[in-house]
Design a protein around this ligand. Structure first.
Ligand SMILES: [Zn+2]
Length: 142
């Protein structure tokens, strides 16, 4: 079955979904930082690649990736309509993510990529494992 929206309209809808999602996932991560006493982060630091958070001293860039936009296979996040269009688009996003990760690693930074679904309470052990370095540096027992 064809998508009821044309590509332009669909892109507009998805863009609004994206910006809303991103804001709430970032806020959830800030709550986790607060909860575990992780300090020293900066949000939306203006550097090429635009990480969601950076820890300048530790040289860590954190990206919070929406499961849909960044092609996480955690759930059925792929639209069945226009499957080919979306597959191409999401592949491009994934390739872009990898390029950005490489860019930071070449500069001697560490990159932590957090999936939106890992911010859910039940998946938080995965999240905390990813943040271990920060937890340790902040002297929090885990
Ligand atoms: Zn996910």
């Amino acid at each position: 079955m064809a998508d009821i929206f044309d590509h332009k309209k669909r892109s507009e809808i998805m863009s609004s979904v994206r910006s809303k999602d991103n804001k709430s996932t970032e806020l959830k991560l800030i709550q986790v930082f607060d909860e575990y006493g992780i300090k020293g982060w900066r949000r939306h630091y203006n550097v090429k690649g635009h990480p969601d958070f950076v820890f300048l001293k530790e040289r860590i860039a954190i990206f919070v990736d929406g499961c849909f936009w960044h092609g996480h296979d955690c759930r059925n996040t792929r639209p069945s309509d226009n499957a080919e269009y979306w597959a191409t688009k999401l592949e491009r996003n994934k390739k872009h993510d990898k390029e950005i990760t490489d860019l930071f690693e070449k500069r001697g930074w560490s990159v932590i990529r957090i999936w939106e679904c890992e911010l859910k309470k039940k998946n938080q052990d995965v999240l905390l494992r990813k943040l271990t370095r920060l937890l340790y540096q902040n002297g929090t027992a885990i």
